[in-house]
Design a protein around this ligand. Structure first.
Ligand code: G3H
Ligand code: 13P
Ligand code: ZN
Length: 309
C-alpha cells in the first residue's frame, strides 16, 4: 500500500468516535517501535516529522525508513510535517513525498495566519497533500506554566468557521489547555471541553487535532528519577480526558513526549543495571520495545483505533 493522506482516516475516526495517533519520529528504532505496535493491533498511523527531526536525521533517511515500515507492515500510513513554520518547509516536504503538512501560523496575527495557511493549502491541494492549520496558542516546553492561567491563548470558537472557510484547511489544531513537553500543569489537570464542544458545533463533521497530548506516565518519570534523572513536577494530560476528546471531534492526537520518556527511562534503567555495557544494540533494543509498548497502550487505552487499519 502506498502512503496515504489522513482524509479517509479522519472520516472514519469522526464517525467511529475514535482518534488516530500522530507519533513523532526521529530515527529507525522509534519508527520500528511505533509501526510494529500498530501492526500488532492493526491501527492506522500518522508518523510526523518536525523541522528538528528533519535536521537531525535528514529528510531522505526518514522517508526511506518510513517506506520500509510501509512495506513491512502493510498498514495505512500518513507522513505528516509537524509544526511547519513557513511556506518553504511545507513546500519542501510536499515535494519530498509527505502526504500531509501542518502550517503553524498560530504565532502570527489572525489575518497573517489566514494568508499563510491559504498559501500552503493552495500548493498542497494542487499536489494531493492535505493541510492542518492551527488557531490558538499552546504553551511551550520551556514555559512549564499552567496554561489554564492564560485564557488569551485558548482557541476562540468565534474564529473557527471563518478560518476554515477562508483557508480551506483539512483539519484544525486547537488550544484547549494542553501544552508541549513533560510539564503541562502546575495543579489539577484541566482541559476546556466547553471550547471543544463549541468548535464542534460550529464545524460539524470537521476533524480537530490535539497537540501536546502526552500523559507523562508517572512510573516512567519515577524510573528516570531513580536512575539519575531530574524531572520533579512532570505532569501530563490524563488518559481519560484524551479518550473523551477522541470520542468527540478530535480525530488526531499528537504524542511525542511519552515516546521520549519511554525511550529515556528504558535506556537509563539499562545503564543503571548494566553499567559496563557499550554495544548500542543492547540498550536500543529494549528502548525500541519500550516505544512499542507505549504506542500499543496509546492505541488501545486512549485513541481507540485498534482494529481500524
Ligand atoms: O511539538 C513538537 C514536537 O514534540 C517535536 O519536537 O521540534 O524537538 O522535534 P522537536
Ligand atoms: P507532547 O509534547 O505532549 O508529546 O506533544 C507533541 C506534539 O504536540 C507534537 O506536535
Ligand atoms: Zn505540537
Amino acid at each position: 500500500m502506498p502512503l496515504v493522506t489522513s482524509t479517509e482516516m479522519f472520516k472514519k475516526a469522526y464517525a467511529g468516535g475514535y482518534a488516530i495517533g500522530a507519533f513523532n519520529v526521529n530515527n529507525m528504532e522509534i519508527i520500528q517501535g511505533i509501526t510494529e505496535a500498530a501492526k500488532e493491533v492493526q491501527a492506522p498511523l500518522i508518523l510526523q516529522v518536525s523541522a528538528g527531526a528533519r535536521k537531525y536525521a535528514k529528510h531522505v533517511y526518514l522517508m526511506k525508513l518510513i517506506e520500509a515500515a510501509l512495506e513491512d507492515t502493510g498498514l495505512p500510513i500518513c507522513v505528516h510535517l509537524d509544526h511547519g513554520d513557513d511556506f518553504e518547509i511545507c513546500k519542501s516536504c510536499i515535494d519530498g513525498g509527505f502526504t500531509s503538512v501542518m502550517i503553524d501560523g498560530s504565532k502570527h496575527p489572525y489575518e497573517e495566519n489566514v494568508r499563510l495557511t491559504r498559501e500552503v493549502v493552495e500548493y498542497a491541494h494542487a499536489h494531493g497533500v492535505v493541510v492542518e492549520g492551527e488557531l490558538g496558542k499552546l504553551a511551550g516546553i520551556e514555559d512549564a506554566v499552567n496554561v489554564a492561567d492564560h485564557d488569551a491563548s485558548f482557541t476562540d470558537p468565534d474564529q473557527v468557521q471563518d478560518f476554515v472557510g477562508r483557508t480551506g484547511v483539512d483539519s484544525l489544531a486547537i488550544a484547549i489547555g494542553t501544552s508541549h513537553g513533560a510539564f503541562k500543569f502546575k495543579g489539577e489537570p484541566h482541559l476546556r471541553f466547553d471550547i471543544l464542544e463549541e468548535v464542534q458545533q460550529r464545524l460539524p463533521g470537521f476533524p480537530i487535532v490535539l497537540h501536546g497530548a502526552s500523559s507523562v506516565i508517572p512510573e516512567l518519570v519515577a524510573t528516570i528519577n531513580k536512575y539519575g534523572g531530574n524531572m520533579p513536577g512532570a505532569q501530563g494530560v490524563p488518559e481519560a480526558m484524551l479518550r473523551q476528546a477522541a470520542k468527540m471531534a478530535v480525530c488526531k492526537i499528537n504524542i511525542d513526549s511519552d515516546l521520549r520518556l519511554a525511550m529515556t527511562a528504558s535506556i537509563r534503567e539499562y545503564f543503571g543495571e548494566h553499567p559496563g555495557d557499550f554495544d548500542p544494540r543492547q540498550y536500543l533494543k529494549p528502548a525500541r520495545e519500550a516505544i512499542k509498548g507505549m504506542v500499543k497502550r496509546k492505541i488501545v487505552n486512549v485513541l481507540g483505533c485498534d482494529g481500524k487499519a
